[in-house]
Design a protein around this ligand. Structure first.
Ligand SMILES: *Cc1c(COP(=O)(O)O)cnc(C)c1O
Length: 392
């Protein structure tokens, strides 16, 4: 089909819930995508932080193929090898103790919220179920995670929402203290706010929150759906904050492009979600887990150092262009935000770049770049050249 045929068919038969860019994608190689007409696009989006190994990565294709030939699904009523191996790797590399696998970020966060509330219920009974989250956060699109999201625009249309969330300002301990109370059981945060605009939390703040959580027996819940799996230059962002959260959610990049998510919990939380308390039919799918194992094998410590170096290179490259529409860059690893100056429109900038062969994202008030972690220097240079040509 041609791009126009795909767009027309989509318009007719798929619910119009997405504001799409006017591009159809057919295939990809490395960090370059192609439309059905063969036009190339440098990808600074990774399918919103998902395709960390880029496109056509042979070990990933081979592992999925081999596992699909053996067994595609059997449910969690039985044991399978790939998710057990993936859970082992995640625990050994992070210091967490156990994993629950699910399918998407919002669903993982639901599990994390359930775990926090049940931890408190088991120990203290009812009435201690409130979770403090941060203003400007994003935690998902389910009725509960919309309410966990600390942005008013998401608290609309779908009433009634789940109760039991209170919001504090990021990097502000006074605001956290103001939100505290006898009804609180946990604090939930993204270590780098992604959808909110690529805003990293301060190390001192996060460590102080961890300490408060320990004192009050609140659980510290890290939403690493976007920051996890190498995106920030360590396997998980919390490793750069020198803390071990009680529970960590992950999703986007975990299986390199197949739908998979999960939560990891420390020893204290191991038995909170016992048999019958939580489940999901597709969770721990062996094909997704086999893909996840390739991601883990690829993301060696040396590879993660490269991610940091590439992030630095790209940020310096953007700042050196000194484009009229862009201000400072910020972020960690290959999770990069670019300030858009007053008088310029982030969506217009994104559309112009895409027209010229560079896929980018927006977030909060500015631009957001999440290139595949395997992106090459040549591809980054091509992307920078397109920025220069388009936005000068
Ligand atoms: C993307 C995202 C989610 C939601 O993940 P889905 O897979 O879309 O449900 C939750 N939290 C954060 C931090 C995210 O970036």
């Amino acid at each position: 089909m041609t791009s126009n045929e795909i767009k027309a068919l989509t318009g007719q038969y798929i619910m119009n819930t997405y504001g799409r860019f006017p591009v159809a994608i057919d295939h990809g190689q490395g960090a370059t995508l192609y439309d059905p007409e063969g036009n190339a696009y440098i990808d600074f989006t990774s399918g919103i932080g998902v395709t960390d190994l880029g496109y056509g990565y042979q070990p990933w294709v081979d592992a999925i193929t081999a596992q699909a030939q053996k067994l595609g699904h059997v449910s969690n009523l039985f044991y399978t090898e790939p998710p057990a191996l993936l859970a082992e790797t995640l625990c050994k590399r992070t210091g967490e103790s156990c994993v629950f696998f699910a399918n998407g970020g919002g669903e993982a966060n639901e599990g994390m919220i359930k775990l926090a509330r049940k931890y408190s219920f088991d120990k203290y009974g009812k009435g201690r179920a409130t979770i403090i989250t941060l203003n400007n956060s994003f935690h998902g699109r389910t009725i509960t995670t919309l309410m966990a999201t600390g942005q008013e625009v998401f608290h609309n249309y779908f009433f009634p929402f789940t109760e039991g969330f209170r919001y504090a300002d990021a990097n502000d301990l006074t605001s956290l203290e103001a939100a505290a109370g006898d009804d609180v059981c946990a604090v939930m945060m993204e270590l780098v706010q992604g959808e909110g605009g690529v805003l990293p939390l301060d190390v001192e703040y996060v460590q102080a929150v961890k300490k408060i959580c320990e004192e009050k027996d609140w659980l510290l819940l890290a939403d690493e759906v976007q920051t996890g799996v190498g995106r920030t230059g360590t396997l998980f962002a919390f490793q750069q904050y020198d803390i071990l959260p009680d529970v960590v959610s992950f999703a986007k990049g975990i299986a390199g492009g197949l739908p998979m998510s999960g939560i990891m919990a420390n020893e204290k939380c191991r038995n909170v979600l016992g048999p019958g308390t939580h489940a999901t039919t597709f969770g721990a799918n062996p094909v997704c887990a086999a893909a996840g194992l390739v991601v883990q094998e690829t993301l060696s410590e040396a590879f993660l150092e490269e991610v940091k170096a590439k992030g630095e290179y790209l940020r310096q490259g953007i700042e050196a262009l000194d484009l009229p529409c862009f201000g400072k860059t910020r972020g960690m690893g290959l999770m990069i935000g670019i300030e858009v100056k007053d008088g310029y429109n982030k969506s217009e900038i994104a559309n112009k770049l895409i027209e010229n062969g560079l896929l980018v994202l927006t977030a909060g008030p500015g631009m957001r770049l999440l290139p595949p972690l395997v992106i090459t220097k040549e591809e980054m240079d091509k992307g920078l050249a397109i920025m220069e040509k388009t936005l000068r």
